[in-house]
Design a protein around this ligand. Structure first.
Ligand SMILES: [Zn+2]
Ligand SMILES: [Zn+2]
Length: 172
């Protein structure tokens, strides 16, 4: 959605549903993404505009240990202070670059899509897990160790399991 900021007088509220492709998020852990429902509000301030957005959606992530899909409901909120190019000096900009919540626009058109994409990316954990104690895959036979012991489990000291995995890969 694109909003002309020069047409915002007092407060502008809206709701929208955004359909994004998994590829738009550019994160290999993300397997599926549901429709993104969000509420937006823009208020003019004496410094620029305050943009508040609240998102909710369902995401399916790949467990980094056992590779199983994990679907979870996610929601997040962000406040951004928007400055438009005409109103901001270089000095002000330098001060604000240290501040993560500031967005500088060159013109008066706000495109919400890249902001939402960034928020969704921030909502993807670096190391998704299906559960905190996920046992992962057996490094020797590839069986899902959450399902119970596989034949080779006892033969490998868990401290060396990673090393054994490397060894068996290199001899294959
Ligand atoms: Zn897992
Ligand atoms: Zn095994």
């Amino acid at each position: 959605m694109k909003i002309r900021l020069d047409q915002v007088d007092e407060s502008y509220d809206w709701r929208e549903t955004l359909e994004l492709a998994v590829g738009d998020l550019n994160r290999s852990e993300l397997m599926a993404l549901g429709a993104v429902e969000y509420r937006g509000r823009i208020n003019p301030t004496y410094e620029g505009f305050l943009f508040r957005v609240a998102l909710s959606y369902e995401q399916t992530l790949r467990c980094m240990r056992c590779l199983a899909p994990v679907t979870e409901s996610t929601s997040s909120e962000v406040d951004l202070l928007i400055h438009t190019g005409a109103k901001v000096t270089d000095e002000e900009l330098e001060l604000q670059e240290a501040d993560l919540g500031v967005l500088v626009l060159e013109d008066l058109e706000l495109d919400t899509r890249p902001i939402l994409i960034e928020q969704i990316q921030l909502g993807i954990p670096m190391k998704p897990l299906c559960k905190d104690d996920c046992a992962g895959l057996c490094p020797s036979c590839g069986a899902d160790c959450n399902a119970g012991p596989c034949g080779c489990e006892k033969a490998v000291d868990p401290r060396w399991a990673g090393l054994a995995g490397l060894k068996s890969q290199s001899t294959e």
